[in-house]
Design a binder for this molecule. Structure first.
Ligand SMILES: Cc1cc2nc3c(=O)[nH]c(=O)nc-3n(C[C@H](O)[C@H](O)[C@H](O)COP(=O)(O)OP(=O)(O)OC[C@H]3O[C@@H](n4cnc5c(N)ncnc54)[C@H](O)[C@@H]3O)c2cc1C
Length: 427
């Protein structure tokens, strides 16, 4: 007879570990099954982890967590051929109040999972869950793994973007290429002093840069500073990669050879290369979140806010809510879908579904209005060039040329429609 737990959690990423800490602290017998040699070994992101959501799961986490740097500055870059325009915000409040921190997943996830074990959860690694078990009524009551079967009152699928478990339980089909981005990342070793000097940082201060524009594909790039490494990456929607016949490697080569970016990597050496999918379908593509005996959290449930570059906080909160739902279910001795519907209620009352709903039309709108990604970055770069150009001509000539750049390339009505369109969907 297979062993039985109150909760079996598939995947030891931010969602799974948050769920495990929540249930094990409440005294529920909790098993986390992770396919990697250790939690984090197979995981990659940009990236930054957000402090307040992390503190909800592990109070005072910063005392022991393997943080790389505290982010004190956020930048948005709009690229054009050989230039960029940036908007940046640096604030010491971010350092004092700890808003977000850069991290490397292999270290962070491993530490995070140790907190679940310390709370009483059992973690088994090097074990792949291959499917769900169902009872005679069709309710999920356990999982099959490459090492045998385990029974559970509730299975929480936290197995990431490709969720075999949610698919196996009939919760959703394969994602569509227009709803998934493929991202590639390289990590470069560089002496801490050089990183500090290049990005104007001190101590454990860090910087996060988000990059758009300059290509036909719907893409986003990023640069994050770690202690003695720099993370550089780029991701594009899968359907665009197919449409433009672009290989992710081509995007990476392009971004790292851009004249605004190349000098930041000078003298560094490549330490690591990785690739991962990101679920970017948004609110309209969220699959069913619960069923009889099963809950789905994090990337497996498409809970990512691609617009704001937030995924780990959605994973942590959804994992926590899934855990709370399992606790309530155990109290009531019921694990059917009407009991587990509480999970959706928790998500609806939090930023998780509120934010995704608020911006639900933005991903599709941007995809179908390419001028935001292609034309506007170019126009803005040209205008800034003309604004700063000193060439012996009167400023009114420059202003005329700036107006011409805007009106000729998009037209007054086009401009108004674009401003209104974005305002309506993003505010
Ligand atoms: C390039 C990139 C940049 C990103 N940048 C950021 C960022 O800066 N900030 C941010 O907040 N978010 C970022 N994200 C998103 C963020 O990483 C994810 O939203 C988050 O990791 C989701 O957590 P999760 O626990 O749901 O899934 P995952 O982190 O994917 O964890 C899933 C776990 O399940 C395990 N698993 C999978 N299948 C099985 C199986 N069958 N059996 C057993 N175990 C299994 C995996 O090994 C893994 O450990 C980024 C993502 C990418 C790809």
């Amino acid at each position: 007879m297979p062993e039985k737990f109150d909760v079996v959690i598939v995947g030891a990423g931010p969602a799974g570990v948050s769920a495990a800490i929540t249930t094990s602290k409440a005294g529920l017998s909790t098993l986390v099954i992770e396919r990697g040699d250790f939690p984090g070994t197979k995981n990659m992101f940009g990236g930054i982890v957000f402090a307040k959501p992390t503190a909800q799961i592990v109070p005072d986490f910063w005392r022991t967590a393997p943080i790389e740097r505290r982010v004190i500055e956020y930048q948005y870059w709009l690229l054009s051929g050989e230039s960029h325009v940036s908007i940046s915000h640096r604030n010491q409040k971010f350092a004092k109040e700890l808003n977000s921190f850069t991290a490397l997943r292999a270290r962070f996830d491993r530490w995070f999972a140790q907190q679940a074990e310390a709370s009483g959860a059992t973690l088994i690694t090097k074990t792949t869950v291959t499917g769900v078990l169902k009872d005679s009524r069709g309710a999920v009551n356990g999982v099959t793994t490459d090492r045998g079967e385990v029974l559970a009152n509730v299975v929480i699928a936290c197995d990431g973007v490709n969720s075999l478990i949610a698919k196996g339980a009939g919760m959703h089909e394969e994602w569509k290429p227009q709803d998934i981005a493929l991202a590639v990342k390289e990590t470069y070793s560089l002496a801490k002093e050089k990183i500090d000097e290049r990005f104007n940082l001190r101590g454990d201060e860090g910087i996060a840069i988000m990059i758009y524009g300059g290509r036909e594909e719907e893409f986003a790039g990023f640069i994050y500073t770690n202690k003695d490494t720099i993370s550089l990456g780029i991701g594009a929607i899968m359907s665009d990669l197919a449409k433009y016949k672009t290989r992710p490697q081509d995007l990476l080569e392009w971004i790292k050879s851009h004249p605004s970016i190349k000098p930041l990597l000078e003298g560094s050496s490549l330490r690591e290369y990785s690739a991962h999918l990101i679920p970017e379908g948004g609110f309209n593509k969220i699959p069913p979140l619960y069923g009889d005996g099963i809950l789905v959290a994090g990337d497996a449930a498409m809970l990512v806010n691609a617009l704001n570059w937030e995924g780990t906080n959605f994973a942590m909160y959804s994992g926590k809510f899934a855990g709370q739902t399992a606790i309530e279910a155990k109290k009531n001795g019921r694990f059917d879908s009407s009991q587990l519907a509480l999970y959706k209620q928790y998500l609806e009352e939090s930023f998780v579904l509120k934010d995704l709903k608020k911006f639900k039309d933005v991903p599709h709108y941007i995809s179908t209005h390419r001028q935001y990604l292609t034309l506007y970055p170019e126009i803005i770069n040209t205008i800034m060039y003309k604004f700063f150009e000193v060439d012996g001509r009167p400023k009114e000539d420059h202003i005329r040329e700036m107006k011409k750049e805007i009106y000729n390339r998009r037209g007054r009505i086009g401009l108004l429609l674009d401003a209104y369109g974005l305002y309506r969907r993003a505010t």
